[in-house]
Design a protein around this ligand. Structure first.
Ligand code: FAD
Length: 434
């Protein structure tokens, strides 16, 4: 971990960086989006300082095998577009040893006849995306950010105040790793990646439009009696949607009790208040999955560690205010059913990094309000489309009305048979359309 004292000597606490060449981006929040955005900026030669409230572990490349779940215990389906972005910044080679290809996607509903299937050969694509453990992604992002001279990482730093001036932005944070207390940093632009309950968003007085799904996602790893064969399965049950995704077989991480090729990630959604029974009781969890899922994957025979995530859609009413941008879950927290949230954040981050790079090339201010507003506008249609898509999937499959159920089964059959719809949806689900 880079050390704060080292970097204060390194000019990050200097007074206002007025010169265009001395511009830096302040990033509040160092989860997957904050770290990825800092790496995208560095790729364009732009300096950033990232403040993370929690403590990062002391890690080096030698810790690959025993990586801990310090950032997250979930697994993420990375779209092809996200993979392309990591390729572009030279990180994919590091990441791909723990990426599991999705070659086919099956969609079905419990107790219904409708079923649809997307196959990579038919859609003429290399794959529909890659599934990766968040712990691995976070570990590699952190290592890359630590090694990048253009990124200053400050953990144990809780952002508590934001003040905007005509030519910059000042961030105040409580620094917990010693006796330093409150500290300040100055930058040209502030990008808040501090999650669903974003402090920065609140400090800026940006309101949100929230919707409580009344559901909790249970995520975990299971072993099935049938190999995954790189097939992702989306199943809709009366309790909620269920996604079963193929996973790689990590070796030497203390988790290699699974048979090679049979390890899968599960996202199971239940009503709020029911989660404890699924978290605590392996046998009950496996039996419930089996009932909801049928024999599509064979038997569910082993369950690993699980986590619970209450599901609320949180949309910031605006994403730019002055020199500040709201990004990641702080801007839009979505239902995980379609695996779109992080992929959408990565497209936002990619576009903003390119726009800031263009400003630098022109010798212009990277906190220019008009340019930031152009960014917000440019991202609107992709964001709206994804939000609508996720909600349509969630609400479309939770109606128990027999007529609606019949209609969606007919729709699934039609989807499976009509040649022109599948490539469109496949392209969309892969995040390539933006
Ligand atoms: C069950 C589930 C499954 C999902 N699966 C997928 C999937 O398959 N594909 C997909 O694309 N997306 C998926 N998502 C969505 C994805 O997980 C999110 O989009 C992503 O985690 C957002 O990351 P983030 O960095 O914006 O937020 P976070 O991960 O919440 O990170 C915010 C960071 O900011 C820090 N922070 C908070 N406050 C402060 C402060 N005051 N000062 C400094 N730092 C602060 C926090 O400590 C944290 O590290 C899933 C979500 C869920 C719930």
């Amino acid at each position: 971990m880079q050390n704060f004292e080292q970097h204060s000597a390194n000019s990050n606490l200097d007074p206002k960086p007025n010169a265009v060449t001395d511009q830096q981006v302040l990033i509040a929040g160092g989860g997957h989006v904050g770290l990825s955005f800092a790496l995208l900026l560095a790729h364009h030669g732009i300096k950033s300082t990232l403040l993370e409230k929690n403590s990062y572990p002391e890690i080096g490349p030698e810790d690959d095998a025993k990586r801990s779940h310090y950032l997250d215990s979930r697994n993420t389906a990375l779209s092809r577009r996200t993979v392309q972005i990591y390729q572009e910044i030279g990180l994919w080679d590091e990441l791909q040893s723990h990426a599991c290809r999705i070659d086919a996607v099956q969609i079905s509903e419990q107790g219904s006849f409708g079923r649809a299937q997307l196959k990579k050969e038919e859609e003429k694509v290399e794959s529909f995306g890659q599934v990766m453990e968040n712990a691995w992604l976070g570990h590699k992002l952190l290592l890359a950010a630590q090694d990048e001279p253009l990124i200053t990482l400050i953990d144990n730093a809780d952002v508590v105040a934001v003040e905007q001036q005509a030519d910059g932005v000042t961030l105040t944070f409580n620094y917990y790793d010693g006796s330093e207390g409150e500290q300040q940093l100055q930058g040209s632009v502030l990008v808040a990646c501090d999650g669903r309950d974003s402090t920065v968003r609140q400090l800026l007085g940006i309101s949100t439009t929230d919707y409580d799904y009344g559901q909790t996602a249970i995520v975990g790893v299971v072993e099935t009696s049938m190999p995954h064969n790189h097939v992702a399965i989306e199943r809709f049950s009366p309790a909620g949607p269920l996604a079963v995704l193929p996973l790689t077989d990590p070796e030497g991480d203390g988790n290699n009790k699974y048979q090679k090729g049979y390890r899968r990630s599960v996202v199971w959604v239940c009503a709020n208040g029911e989660e404890q029974q699924y978290l605590e009781d392996d046998a009950h969890f496996l039996a419930t999955l089996q009932q909801a899922f049928g024999e599509r994957a064979g038997s569910f025979i082993k369950a690993g560690r699980r986590g619970a995530y209450p599901l609320t859609r949180v949309l910031a009413d605006r994403q730019v205010k002055g020199r500040c941008v709201i990004m990641g879950n702080a801007a839009h927290t979505l239902h995980p059913v379609a695996g779109q949230g992080f992929n959408l954040c990565m497209r936002d981050a990619h576009v903003l990094a390119e726009m800031l790079s263009e400003q630098v090339k022109q010798g212009a201010d990277i906190g220019d309000k008009q340019m930031l507003q152009r960014y917000e506008k440019a991202r609107q249609s992709d964001q709206k489309r994804v939000i609508r898509f996720c909600d349509a999937v969630v609400h479309g499959f939770t109606h128990s009305n027999p007529a609606i159920k019949l209609a969606r089964n007919v729709a699934l059959v039609a989807f499976d048979k009509l040649p022109n719809i599948k490539p469109l949806v496949a392209t969309y689900a892969m995040g390539l359309k933006s």
